[in-house]
Design a protein around this ligand. Sequence first.
Ligand code: ADP
Ligand code: MG
Length: 240
Amino acid sequence: MLIKVQNLSYKFNDFTALENVSFEIAKGEIVAIIGPNGSGKTTLIKNIIGVLEPTEGSVMIDGKKPKEIRHKIGYVPQKFEFDKTIPISVHEFMSLEKCGKKGHDEKNIIEALREVGLEDVEEKQLGSLSGGQFQRVMIARALLHEKEILIFDEPSTGIDIAGEKTIYDLIKKINEERGTTCLIVSHELNIVNKYTKKVICINKEMVCFGAPEIVITKETLEKLYGSDTGLFHAHDHHIS
Ligand code: ADP
Ligand code: MG
């Protein structure tokens, strides 16, 4: 197993954000992490990339601590805020993400932008991009060095439905073509069935883990979102 999370608990001072979470992810899998707002998804991700360290339990990746192999993990954060008037082009922004090998940077930047379908924005100002384009630039940036694991934290936040589909299709393509292990965090259920074969449901504690058609039951939905799950049927056709 590539990623092993064992009995992970995480506390912000006295506040418990995660309690006794355990699961394993094999190389090449694409897995969704689902839960309502505040359920600990971002905290879980930060423990997996080694930005936070478990209060109890452990996270191991390829038999090592996340910190030791951070360079092999690409992370597209939930929030990346910047002043849109900063004069920086997409190319310059991408260049800030250092590539290991000298001399390969320029070629890699163009290839990564091409992979996300944005080769035409290379010289544009970063602040002039749409939300969906910006998110794809963030994904291209994570693709610069052949990563083993890519983690996307709510990648479609604030993006319209068409842009949302483009992003999830892109993640699926990267997973299939590169064989990169992908974790997609979302607070919405509708992406799960279409894009992933496995889902981790958390609400501070682990609610369930497995194939969505098996583990996403009425009981699961109630544990995640309370009894008013009708809300989520309304979003069923978000992505089709
Ligand atoms: P999610 O990503 O599922 O919305 P988070 O992992 O961001 O949830 O947050 C889980 C809980 O931890 C929330 O109640 C949040 O308010 C709390 N939390 C997150 N970051 C901090 C922090 N730096 N200090 C204290 N509490 C935090
Ligand atoms: Mg979050």
